[in-house]
Design a protein around this ligand. Sequence first.
Ligand code: SF4
Ligand code: SF4
Ligand code: SF4
Length: 197
Amino acid sequence: MSEQWTFYFEPDKCIGCHACSVACDVQNDRVDDDNWRELRHEPTGSFPDYEETAVSTSCFHCGDAPCEKVCPTGAITKRESDGIVTVDQDKCIGCHYCGWACPYGAPTYNPDNDGKMSKCHLCLGEGEGDGHGKPPREKPEEGGNTPNCVDNCVTDALHAGPVSEMMELASEAAVKRFVNGNRRALVEPVEPDSGGD
Ligand code: SF4
Ligand code: SF4
Ligand code: SF4
């Protein structure tokens, strides 16, 4: 069995260019507002030292996956092999429970997909909740098993990989927040660390 994967994001390196979200849209045929990766502009500080920080988010494939716990049909699975959280489109009834349970607004609903839920699958390309017909990114020239958003980040602000490797890259403060937060988002704090999620 391989190790649980996760994303690791460094806001200080992000320039808000949207290359990651556009790369996701292209790889996974996302349309209009049905985006699996979003660029958000979070306010930090207060007047007159107010700033906005670009934050790139998608499904973080949480350790405790609240979406999986509320799904009434068993459509959502956290894979044993790598912790990737997938959605079986055949089992989804579009009830929205997972969207309400997700702290990051990751699940999206597309009317053209019968209102069913879909979300980031780390460019999985195979198995349940797969890339919706996309082939696996297995070859090095296709990015290997690195998600397309990470491949196309222009400043190396976005990373994905086994949790232990990502925690080695991260600061002590980010790791502490990750562990205290049910192993959800591994993100560098933009303000002095509070020790929470
Ligand atoms: S980020 Fe949201 S959709 Fe992804 S595993 Fe966590 S709760 Fe589920
Ligand atoms: S919308 Fe689909 S995947 Fe989400 S909780 Fe309902 S049945 Fe499960
Ligand atoms: S591609 Fe990288 S630098 Fe550009 S918005 Fe995304 S995370 Fe930020």
